[in-house]
Design a binder for this molecule. Structure first.
Ligand SMILES: *[C@@H]1O[C@H](CO)[C@@H](O)[C@H](O)[C@H]1NC(C)=O
Ligand SMILES: *[C@@H]1O[C@H](CO)[C@@H](O)[C@H](O)[C@H]1NC(C)=O
Ligand SMILES: *[C@@H]1O[C@H](CO)[C@@H](O)[C@H](O)[C@H]1NC(C)=O
Ligand SMILES: *[C@@H]1O[C@H](CO)[C@@H](O)[C@H](O)[C@H]1NC(C)=O
Ligand SMILES: *[C@@H]1O[C@H](CO)[C@@H](O)[C@H](O)[C@H]1NC(C)=O
Ligand SMILES: *[C@@H]1O[C@H](CO)[C@@H](O)[C@H](O)[C@H]1NC(C)=O
Length: 784
């Protein structure tokens, strides 16, 4: 009877779709029991990088059952891999899989899997402005190549024009693989990896990939808007970076074997950054092939930016938890596309919608129900009325049904989980999305009034009126499941109602006409490319920095106060914790000048993996190195990460951290500790003096607390240099470096410190509701 049961069944439908390849078992020779597997093997003895692909394929073939091994290899393999992992994707029967698994040289066999895909104003909100702004200081990503692994691209979009772009750097080895796509100096590569068909053009059938690519590195486009709303100059975060497109997803899902093939190509082509707005549930890293492939990318200095997931706000709902990738959560910006709802009793609410046609004068307001539960399908007698529907399923599905039933307007009622988060994605009729507190009043009014009425008044776009950033309800939360001692997510960035490029499917000959259609979408899919672009700005300014250095720079310069100078809030307007915001909200202009960085190398990651208790083979799967754990092991807390998390039951923590000077050669930093009273904290030494660039200094951090009294605590400390006058979050302590509307940004080479409860949080039904809400909002068709 209740909502959750209904929704669960909805979820089951979609989940089962994703797993229809599960074989039922016994009859091995039935073609329908053939599944795609990714077979991860040890490299051939005497492997060298110049080994021919024929030799490598011969090696791979030796793992196949005899009948397949002797047949034409090109038919047998869907993909062969050698950059991310050694191995191949292949269709096998259950018996074939058993045969392959028995071979000693096989490290792991993964069943191929489907993973879900999880702006005009955002550059401004992030302090990136053309005139005198930070783009001047940070550059615009010149010479940096961002590989976007997504649903492809609409290359005719004006965002991908190459005005002002330089030639791609000499190291670039990619190209436009299909004659049906035109490359230029902005769009320097495009290829498609769908079920091994590499000759197809990377056409974007969904819009998701066009949106994310333009968010990362779209060029400047004037008068960009969604139906006139959010009008402004659109630009990606790194407007002069190059884009290389790898289509690895079709519509909403991405096959792991395709993602892996795309990552291989991106590494071989020479990208600097990989942007991947996708992810599945967390799993141990040796079972997480994206984590494994990202390890190979990291080793080659390629920065991987991945979505945290849309399964919030419940705890431990993250995707992509590996410490060598950046895990990106989502928050709001200060823009609203106001769709006001005025009730018959005079109450006025500010809802949102990017589609703002004519206003609706007071009309009868109905709340359709079946057995006491709101039901917005099979509607009767709603012609000329405004229908109020619970926003429990895709807004465009509800919109379509309500419009077809002849209604004049729609009010989408926010759910408890979604708190104050509202969406604005365009719909097919006049609509207002209202948040949960407003929805509660509207429900109450309908229930208690004999003749409920409402009007919808479209009030255009407002900027700076709302408190922001606020964590989006759908943004997945920590603690990490695979590695609870690493604080995740790492960072939050804009991911609600992000306006970015969108394919034009209006019937025009797409190859001739340039166009500038934009759409408004929400999700960690949208925040991820923001961070990919910002990583490109950092990389462009510091080409020699490691992946860990770029991560550290982004994390330690993040801010934790909003535009009201108050701590950043979550969707319920409670102070957002570290498990929601990680290090905080990204601050691009600060990220290029962090002063100090926490660097990490491959060897330390391997020691960390061994410290997780992984076996030699499990570490070999990730790091492609045998007997790795004969070397040193470290605990999670000992990884030189820019944050720390520790079990509350431990009672204390003593760890060393090493910082590298990337600021002024001669500089001196003193520590400032900000811990809750119940945690005793000290840092030693309290002062770090540097005389050289890249000089390293180690300090020790000690924390202790009473385990009988404290099971959750959060704090931070920062290193403060003389050059950068530090401003704390307390109002009144501002200086000239702190005059931005967004609050104060301190150059803290700081660390979030976090204690987490010992007990595991159970996932709840509500979580699954949010997951549906979060995901459907990434797929909107605006061709009304
Ligand atoms: C590997 O190299 C060694 C020494 O160079 C050689 O004896 C051996 O036959 C090689 N093995 C293979 C499989 O090529
Ligand atoms: C957007 O703004 C530009 C310049 O400010 C203006 O010329 C244009 O007409 C506006 N477009 C819409 C749809 O409001
Ligand atoms: C309407 O009010 C009745 C009586 O107070 C209550 O039982 C019911 O749950 C309410 N329905 C809604 C949709 O709020
Ligand atoms: C509607 O827009 C106007 C002009 O931007 C603004 O002053 C007013 O506050 C808005 N109304 C509401 C209810 O937000
Ligand atoms: C921290 O570093 C100091 C000095 O380098 C060393 O003596 C100590 O053993 C280290 N402590 C830990 C916990 O690694
Ligand atoms: C740093 O300070 C030392 C001593 O104070 C001085 O000798 C040196 O030249 C300074 N280096 C730089 C790069 O300013």
């Amino acid at each position: 009877m209740d909502m959750h049961t209904l929704l669960l069944s909805f979820l089951f439908v979609s989940v089962l779709h994703a797993h229809t390849t599960i074989s039922t078992g016994t009859e091995n020779f039935d073609a329908s029991t053939v599944d795609t597997y990714i077979v991860h093997v040890r490299p051939p003895p005497n492997f060298s990088v110049d080994m021919s692909s024929i030799k490598l394929e011969k090696w791979y073939r030796s793992f196949l059952p005899p009948r397949m091994a002797s047949s034409n290899t090109h038919q047998a393999f869907i993909y062969t891999y050698k950059t991310t992992i050694f191995g191949f994707a292949v269709d096998l029967t259950e018996a074939g899989k058993e045969y392959v698994m028995k071979n000693d040289g096989v490290l792991k066999v993964y069943k191929d899997n489907l993973l879900p895909l999880l702006t005009t104003h955002t550059p401004d909100f992030l302090g990136l402005r053309l005139s005198g702004g930070s783009w001047k200081k940070a550059g615009m990503g010149e010479g940096v190549i961002i590989g976007v692994l997504d649903t492809g691209i609409d290359f005719t979009h004006t965002s991908f024009d190459d005005d002002g772009m330089q030639e791609p750097p000499a190291k670039w080895r990619g190209s436009c693989k299909s004659s049906l796509m035109k490359c230029n100096k902005k769009l320097i590569g495009g290829s498609s990896f769908i079920r091994g068909h590499k000759s197809a053009p990377p056409t974007d059938d969904s819009g998701h990939g066009t949106h994310t690519a333009s968010t990362a590195a779209g060029g400047f486009v004037d008068s960009a808007s969604v139906f006139g709303n959010g009008n402004g100059t659109a630009a990606g975060m790194a407007p002069r970076a190059h884009l290389a497109i790898y289509k690895v997803c079709s519509e909403k899902n991405c096959r792991v074997s395709d993602i892996l093939a795309g990552m291989e190509a991106a590494i071989a082509d020479g990208v600097d950054i990989m942007s991947m707005s996708l992810g599945g549930p967390a799993r141990p890293f040796y079972n997480d092939i994206i984590a494994t492939a990202s390890f190979s990318a990291m080793r080659k200095g390629i920065f991987v930016s991945l979505a945290a997931g849309n399964s919030g706000p419940s705890s431990s709902t993250l995707s992509n938890e590996a410490p060598w990738v950046l895990t990106v959560g989502a928050s709001t910006i200060d823009r609203q596309m106001e769709a006001l709802v005025k009730l018959g009793d005079g109450h006025l609410f500010v809802g949102e919608s990017a589609y703002q046609p004519h206003n609706l004068d007071p009309l009868q307001l109905v709340y359709p129900q079946v057995s006491g539960v709101n039901y917005c399908f099979l509607l009767k007698d709603v012609a000329g009325k405004i229908v109020a529907c619970e926003h429990t399923t895709s807004a465009d599905i509800i919109g379509g049904v309500v419009k077809n039933a002849g209604a004049s307007g729609l009010i989408l009622l926010g759910q408890e989980d979604s708190g104050h988060t509202t969406f604005a994605d365009p719909n097919v009729l006049p609509v207002s999305y209202v948040d949960f507190p407003d929805a509660a009043v509207i429900r109450q009014y309908i229930n208690s009034s004999n003749n409920p009425t409402a009007s919808i008044i479209f009030n255009g776009t407002s900027l700076g009126k709302t408190q922001a950033p606020v964590v989006a309800f759908f943004s997945s939360r920590g603690p990490s499941t695979a590695s609870p001692g690493i604080l995740k997510p790492d960072i939050i960035g804009p991911g609600v109602n992000v306006i970015a490029a969108w394919p034009f499917t209006g019937g025009q000959d797409a190859n001739d006409a340039k166009h500038k259609t934009f759409n408004c979408l929400s999700g960690t899919s949208m925040s991820t490319p923001h961070l990919s672009g910002i990583a490109a700005l950092v990389k462009g300014t510091h080409p020699d920095w490691s992946v860990a250095a770029i991560k550290s720079a982004i994390m330690t310069t993040a801010y934790v106060v909003d535009n009201q100078k108050k701590p950043i809030l979550d969707e319920r307007f409670n102070t957002a914790g570290h498990f929601a915001i990680g290090a905080g909200h990204v601050s691009p202009s600060e990220a290029i000048d962090p002063g100090l960085i926490y660097d990490t190398n491959e060897a330390q990651y391997i020691s960390y993996l061994c410290g997780l208790g992984y076996t030699d083979v499990q570490v070999e799967i990730i790091a492609n190195q045998k007997d790795a754990c004969k070397g040193s092991k470290i605990t999670e807390a000992e990884l030189n990460y820019p944050s720390v998390a520790v079990r509350a039951s431990a009672g204390k923590l003593v760890v060393n951290r090493t910082v590298t000077n990337v600021g002024e050669a001669n500089s001196s930093y003193t520590v400032e500790i900000d811990m809750p009273r119940e945690v005793k904290a000290s840092v030693s030494p309290t002062k770090l003096e540097f005389t050289k660039m890249k000089e390293k200094k180690t300090f020790s951090l000690s924390l202790s607390w009473d385990i009988s009294k404290t099971n959750h605590a959060e704090g931070s400390f920062k290193w403060v240099s003389e050059k950068h006058v530090v401003v704390t979050e307390k109002p009144g302590l501002q200086n000239k470096e702190c005059n931005r509307v967004r609050g104060c940004f301190f150059h803290r080479a700081g660390s979030g410190v976090h204690g987490y409860k010992d007990s595991k949080v159970q996932l709840q039904d509500k979580l699954q509701l949010s997951r549906i809400l979060g995901t459907v909002n990434e797929n909107i068709d605006i061709n009304l």
